[in-house]
Write a protein of this length. Structure first.
Length: 392
């Protein structure tokens, strides 16, 4: 919906009698702000109400919604709102802090603060009282917000792809598809929450182990506070756009799926950490440079064996990095990215500290000489890992 709709427009769009919509509005289940204009969220609310099925009165639906905190949030039933000034005073925060966190945590502080939002802010107040710095709290909140937003969007897109589209192909009309979507959401929501908490425990234990290991590594002289030494690896599919043009989006996605699976499998095997993925490019972090090279070799050899039209480019560098707002920054990251972009297809380029670590593991490297990197003042000695993945 590009804009808010009137009752008649909303009824026509959703193929729902206006009288039925008005009954829901009167009960507070649609148009919670009461301005007689309907938004995207009202479409979902209507689908959710209809997915529950016949046999319930409007009064019973209201009772069911009010009994669940999650449902109250979805239907915009926040109860009495408090001002940012009042909440700040109650929790020992400033008004600016309440407003800043509000925008990060996903609610509009100019409308007031509801019960659920205040509970989140209470947690923040406790963190401040415990001695956590405000900058750290804001950084963590932004990372959580961005991550959870992506997770929510991913869940909806998966439901659309694997529930809605197959139903449409079966010939179901959009009302029936909407009903099935609502039913799937009722199941997927709690299940996803449980899955996320279990995965969080697993990844937290690995993060703790990496952190403990990082304290044993000497920090580079002059490195800023909070920095750590790490090996950064970038890898991507060379000529990926040509693959898309030649074989189409579906084939390209099949290749990406296989590539993604190999990256994740071998990163676990070689004690690496997948930091991020943007399209066909992956960034990984290793505490041991030799492990990073072994990961790259195995990944190249496997992809060469299973995808004959695919070639990888990899760049690896070790150095000091900073972790901020959910990502790694610093000169070492920039160097690894630059050498990956200048690598030829089917090649692994590394810098001198990585080449030494590879040699210590019995991996042969070939010296390429000193090269200038785009955007870098000082040229960098580069080496190529001696391997022919097409023979792997």
């Amino acid at each position: 919906m590009p804009e808010r709709l009137s009752l008649d427009e909303f009824a026509s769009l959703t193929d729902t009698p206006a009288e039925e919509i008005e009954r829901y509005c009167a009960a507070g289940l649609l148009d919670p702000d009461g301005d007689a204009l309907f938004e995207d969220m009202d479409v979902f609310r209507l689908q959710l109400l209809e997915s529950i099925g016949p046999g319930f009165t409007v009064e019973q639906l209201v009772e069911m919604v009010h009994a669940s905190d999650d449902a109250r949030m979805l239907f915009g039933i926040e109860g009495p709102l408090e001002t940012s000034q009042k909440v700040a005073q109650d929790l020992g925060l400033t008004v600016d802090q309440v407003r800043m966190l509000g925008t990060i945590l996903g609610y509009d502080p100019s409308r007031g603060v509801g019960r659920q939002a205040k509970q989140m802010l209470e947690t923040v107040g406790q963190m401040v009282a415990a001695g956590l710095t405000w900058d750290g709290i804001v950084e963590g909140a932004r990372v959580y917000a961005d991550t959870l937003s992506r997770m929510a969007e991913m869940g909806i897109q998966m439901t659309h792809r694997y529930v809605c589209e197959p139903l449409e192909h079966q010939g179901l009309d959009r009302r029936e598809v909407a009903l099935r979507f609502g039913q799937a959401g009722n199941i997927a929501g709690p299940s996803s929450r449980n899955l996320v908490m279990s995965m969080y425990d697993v990844y937290m234990s690995r993060a703790l182990a990496r952190h403990a290991r990082a304290h044993l590594d000497p920090r580079e002289e002059g490195a800023p506070p909070g920095s750590l030494r790490a090996t950064i690896l970038f890898v991507d599919l060379a000529l990926f756009s040509s693959l898309v043009d030649a074989h189409g989006d579906e084939e390209a996605m099949r290749v990406i799926d296989g590539f993604d699976q190999c990256v994740r499998e071998y990163s676990l095997k070689h004690d690496g950490h997948l930091a991020k993925q943007i399209g066909d490019e992956y960034m990984l972090v290793f505490s041991d440079a030799g492990n990073a090279v072994m990961f790259a070799i195995e990944l190249h050899e496997t992809m060469a064996r299973i995808e004959r039209f695919v070639a990888l480019r990899t760049g690896i560098h070790s150095g000091s990095v900073l972790y901020r707002i959910g990502d790694y920054f610093g000169h070492a990251v920039n160097i690894a990215a630059r050498i990956a972009s200048m690598a030829m297809p089917n090649s692994i380029l590394v810098t001198e500290p990585v080449a030494k670590a590879a040699a210590n593991k019995g991996i042969e490297v070939v010296e390429l000489g000193v090269r200038s990197l785009r955007g870098m003042e000082e040229p960098v000695p580069l080496y190529r890992v001696s391997m022919d993945p097409r023979e792997g």
